[in-house]
Design a protein. Structure first.
Length: 434
């Protein structure tokens, strides 16, 4: 989809036509199975000789036909002129995949941390911040964070993962999809399910919870989430400079997050380690090691009912004087407690970049703040002209980089707005007999 151009077709149409969804990759004559495997290998989905089923999430009704429909659809497909498909299994998988890709690339969290996400007051927290005294708009600033237990945390103490409006929007879409899937009534909470028993950390989460990554009464496994990511990203070529296909997985996105922060933005390793909730800085250095090529509805549905609320302003006023002073000191140094240019900061710690926010990997770009980036770009262009006239060439180079960063963020905003418009398109299916 480019601009307002006509639709280009479904990105997964080839998977349906060639029978590669679910277990169908190993169904057919020997020649048909061989052709299917060759096609999948051409995308890099598996090595030679393996029994490959890369689009089988092992959850009934997710991406593949529900069991009770399988026999009928298999028979009907033989007499149908086109390819039969159910919308709900494909839509659900695509939505899970989209949310997973977004949350991994904006927070750098691990997949077992994402599996803990749930629309509950002990996980999703709404934080109300005071507006800066000099700001024209004095309405409270609202932030959200997820409280999850990271790998290596020996106690049950959750850590904060700040998220932006886009992550909230996607959480709401997933929640709405699940509410329709389970036929929930207004105000009814998602079913509480057991943490996936195949995960090596399942012993930490014995109590059933309304996890967001669930379907058909089952908590999605790490493999199922990866399958959904693979589905939403199918058709996009990722590769090395040697031409080898790269398959995007959650852990790879974690590497990308760290590599970009350390190697491109030059953010200190210990700060990135804090973002990744990584105690061993040596491991963070491994994650961020230079590579030859760097891989580049409204949320009320969930948030007003299930999120805890913290009014920071009132909490500060009720605190002892020394805590009030500590908050005032942190307000100008911690990104999540401050307003930043062009988006929302998700780096909950002292800002290593000293609030040079444009181009920072710790910020989620917000199209509603486009005017701030345009204003900064205009200022940088004026400064560039001045520094060149004065012969301040190092400063001129810094302004050129700032202009490039502004252009990159504007391009990101364009993409976000385009895909949001695309998400509102209504599909009309016309019969061949009409």
């Amino acid at each position: 989809m480019v601009g307002n151009g006509p639709p280009e077709g479904l990105w997964f149409a080839d998977l349906l036509k060639q029978g590669l969804i679910g277990a169908r990759a190993k169904v057919g004559s020997p020649d048909e199975i061989s052709a299917k495997r060759a096609y999948l290998r051409s995308w890099g989905y598996a090595d030679e000789g393996r029994n490959i089923q890369p689009f089988k999430p092992l959850v009934q009704g997710l991406l593949r036909w529900p069991r009770y429909d399988g026999g009928f659809t298999a028979d009907a497909q033989h007499i149908a002129d086109g390819v039969l498909m159910l919308v709900e299994p494909l839509y659900s998988a695509a939505l899970f995949g989209l949310f997973a890709v977004d949350i991994f690339t904006t927070t750098g969290m691990r997949i077992n941390e994402a599996m803990q996400i749930r629309p509950a007051s002990d996980c999703l927290v709404r934080i109300q911040l005071l507006a800066p005294p000099e700001a024209k708009d004095q309405s409270p600033r609202i932030r959200y964070c997820l409280r999850l237990i990271p790998k290596g945390e020996r106690t049950n103490t959750p850590h904060d993962y700040f998220i932006g409006d886009e992550q909230l929007r996607l959480m709401a879409l997933v929640g709405k999809m699940l509410a329709e899937h389970y036929n929930l009534k207004s105000g009814e909470q998602l079913p509480a399910v057991q943490f996936n028993s195949f995960n090596h950390r399942s012993f930490r989460f014995k109590q059933k919870q309304p996890y967001l990554f669930q379907y058909n009464g089952r908590h999605l496994s790490a493999d199922a989430i990866t399958v959904c990511m693979r589905f939403i990203l199918h058709g996009i070529n990722f590769g090395t400079k040697e031409g080898k296909n790269v398959i995007v997985k959650p852990h790879l996105l974690r590497h990308v997050f760290a590599t970009h922060a350390v190697q491109v933005l030059k953010i200190p390793v210990d700060i990135v380690g804090g973002w990744l909730k990584q105690k061993d800085i040596g491991v963070t250095e491994y994650y961020s090691a230079p590579t030859d090529s760097i891989l580049a509805e409204h949320h009320d549905f969930l948030l007003t009912r299930f999120s805890a609320h913290i009014d920071v302003g009132k909490a500060v006023l009720r605190s002892p004087e020394e805590l009030q002073q500590a908050y005032n000191d942190a307000e100008g140094k911690v990104g999540t407690l401050a307003q930043v240019e062009g988006g929302l900061c998700v780096s909950h710690g002292y800002c290593a970049a000293k609030f040079a926010c444009i181009g920072c990997t710790g910020k989620v770009v917000d199209p509603q703040k486009r005017h701030q980036i345009l204003h900064k770009k205009k200022w940088a262009q004026m400064q560039l002209e001045y520094t060149q006239k004065e012969g301040l060439y190092p400063e001129a180079q810094r302004m050129k980089q700032l202009i490039r960063d502004c252009d990159n963020e504007i391009a990101e905003m364009d993409i976000i707005e385009a895909y949001r418009r695309d998400g509102k398109r209504v599909a009309f299916i016309q019969s061949a007999h009409e």
